[in-house]
Design a protein around this ligand. Structure first.
Ligand code: IMP
Length: 179
């Protein structure tokens, strides 16, 4: 598995520093509020687990599964809800937890949906941001690290469902997905 990675972009230690920093920022900004953290499956799982332990507030956790890649390395632009929330977000402060923002098709669609469902506020925290990949204009509220436009895996991010268990984020060698 490690041999398929050409370069480590975010090390285990840096990931933990990011979770600590972002957790503190969220805690500060949501004092006296009880937000709902909505993780977008499956990529959010390690990040949700780590950042949530640095958010010193009472909050709910909920999950949703949406897909825009359908297994490849480029967004199809067509966002499908595969599993919906099991709680109401009406009148609630929502913080979406994402692994990465690329084209922003997914996040912009979900934010519009959550506003339509009556959330009082919708913000998002992402571990990674690839601003060069944007198809729709969007600036995440909390960003762990800005990375160049490369296809990355690890720490929740997959290629055809593999590599999510890597403890770091690395660039996948192009020969892995071109063969
Ligand atoms: P967007 O809709 O293009 O912003 O992409 C959002 C989703 O695409 C993320 O939640 C990921 O699941 C997936 N994605 C985007 N870039 C990468 C990548 O470099 N590696 C793995 N998945 C990615």
């Amino acid at each position: 598995m490690h041999n398929d990675i050409s370069e480590i972009l975010v090390s285990e230690q840096e990931i933990q520093e990011i979770c600590q920093r972002l957790g503190k920022e969220v805690t500060k900004d949501y004092q006296d509020k009880s937000p709902i953290l909505v993780g977008l499956l499956k990529g959010c799982v390690p990040f949700m687990a780590d950042i949530s332990r640095h958010i010193d507030l009472k909050f709910d956790m909920a999950y949703m599964s949406v897909s825009s890649y359908h297994g490849g390395i480029a967004s199809s632009g067509d966002v499908k809800i595969k599993l919906d929330l099991d709680i109401s977000i009406k009148g609630r402060d929502v913080i979406i937890v994402e692994d990465i923002v690329d084209t922003a098709n997914t996040i912009v669609t979900i934010i519009e949906l959550f506003k339509h469902r009556g959330a009082s506020s919708v913000k998002m925290v992402t571990l990674l941001d690839k601003p060069e990949g944007r198809v729709r204009p969007y600036q995440p509220d909390y960003v762990g690290k800005v990375i160049p436009k490369a296809f990355v895996v690890g720490y929740g991010l997959d290629y055809n469902e593999y590599y999510r268990n890597l403890p770091y984020v690395g660039v996948l060698k192009p020969e892995v997905y071109s063969t």
